[in-house]
Design a protein around this ligand. Structure first.
Ligand code: COA
Length: 183
């Protein structure tokens, strides 16, 4: 399946009445992205943030991604955002890291386990390759076995395990680094 940057339909999901579309996000998708982000914050250690963030926070994040020409890809059904994936700089504006990117992928809770994350990862990886990037990096909570397996399926390897660098829900969290070569 190929990814279409324009909002072009790619296929109809058998379990769904409206077509599922993969495309670049627009500002109208940010509230849907916010809802997914805040649900992940509230229910898991996949994001090391304790409290929900505001719409303004995600709008600023989206504007920054656009300003730096980094992709934000969404899977949508009608007006609803089912999931999204994006990457940005790794470790901020250090020139020596310019061929590396750090990505994130989040699927709406009622859409997980259906392969949607993979449908977003494939074009995300392709986009990084088109941009001439060399390494894609994911920082994943060590307890997130589903995400670690998911990333292994997409060619990511564990390259580091940092112990107790995070804290959420009253306990220390280990962070696993996963990386994949793009070129
Ligand atoms: C991790 C994630 C991006 C994977 O995307 P996905 O579309 O669910 O991917 P898949 O369909 O390949 O399923 C991934 C695994 O989750 C399992 N799964 C099934 N139903 C699930 C559910 N309701 N919730 C979570 N995981 C589920 C799948 O069985 C699969 O397990 P497996 O590796 O043993 O086969 C997505 O589950 C997600 O957004 N999770 C919550 C946020 C998160 O962890 N983001 C990644 C941060 S690094």
């Amino acid at each position: 399946m190929t990814f279409c940057p324009a909002p072009t339909m790619l296929g109809v999901r058998a379990f769904s009445e409206a077509p599922m579309i993969l495309r670049d996000a627009t500002a109208e998708d940010v509230p849907g992205i916010l809802a997914i982000y805040n649900e992940v914050i509230a229910t898991s250690t996949a994001i090391y943030i304790d409290d929900p963030v505001s719409l303004a926070d995600r709008q600023a994040w989206f504007a920054a991604r656009q300003a730096e020409a980094y992709p934000v890809l969404v899977a949508t059904e009608g007006d609803a955002v089912l999931g999204y994936a994006s990457f940005g700089t790794f470790r901020g504006p250090w020139p020596g890291f310019r061929y590396s990117v750090e990505h994130s992928v989040h699927i709406r809770n009622d859409q997980r386990g259906k392969g949607l994350g993979g449908l977003l990862m494939e074009p995300l990886i392709a986009r990084a390759q088109t941009m001439g990037k060399h390494i894609m990096i994911g920082a994943i909570d060590a307890d997130n076995a589903a995400s670690i397996r998911f990333h292994e399926r997409f060619g990511f390897e564990i390259s580091g395990h940092m112990k107790e660098v995070g804290f959420k829900f009253g306990r220390w969290l280990d962070l696993v680094w996963m990386q994949r070569k793009l070129s």
